[in-house]
Design a protein around this ligand. Sequence first.
Ligand SMILES: [Zn+2]
Length: 251
Amino acid sequence: MIRIVRPRLPTELEASLLALTQEMADTPVPKRDKHTERMWKRESVRRDVYRPVREALEDMAPGIDCCMYCGNHMADTVDHFVPKSHCALRTFHWPNLLLACSTCNTRFKGDKHRGDGLVGSLLIDPTREDPFEHLDLGLASGVYRPVEGSPKGEWTIEVCGLNKGKRPRVRAEAWLNLADDLRGWAQARAAGDVRNMRRKIYRMRTQPFADVCYAALHKAVSEEASRIFAAEEPGVLDLLRDDELRATFQM
Ligand SMILES: [Zn+2]
């Protein structure tokens, strides 16, 4: 999971979302849930609202349309952070909409929702908070663990199935590829080969599970960095700390 900045929408799209939210608010409460489902599937809403919202989310997402929960690329569904069934009024609320892969959205998360006891959700919202405060990703294992038993970390791992199936294995593979690309980038720089440097950066930014790249950059400047990277090949940690490299990731 990666921290994501949410921009404002174009005025016209923002107005369309507000009008739909108003229509929802004007619907009597007992009829609201059914009406929400009908509105969400309405042809004009799919065309004029759903599609441009999805495009705005794709622009926000890291890599090639990375899922805002698991980090895998080519996510193609608009997810309701707080599910429609729990709060119909947030169905067309821009801050409640995230880009998700269908595995996270449909197979794992679905309608599950757990509050944090206050007014928020136990699920980490990467557009509002830094996921690394709650989640730790083992680079070599590809497995997520909650930071110091963080309830938000625990629930996010569970509800999004972050460690399910082959996800850890693919993340571990992504880490090996990333280390190779880092070395390739350094070699290209030493040779003054700017084109190849750009190509390596592009590969690092767009490989599946972009969360691995951001986790590595995050860990490289943590107090535990020398212990975390002790088993890695020499030079990897220095490269992750390289100012020129970090600047390309806006770290
Ligand atoms: Zn996902």
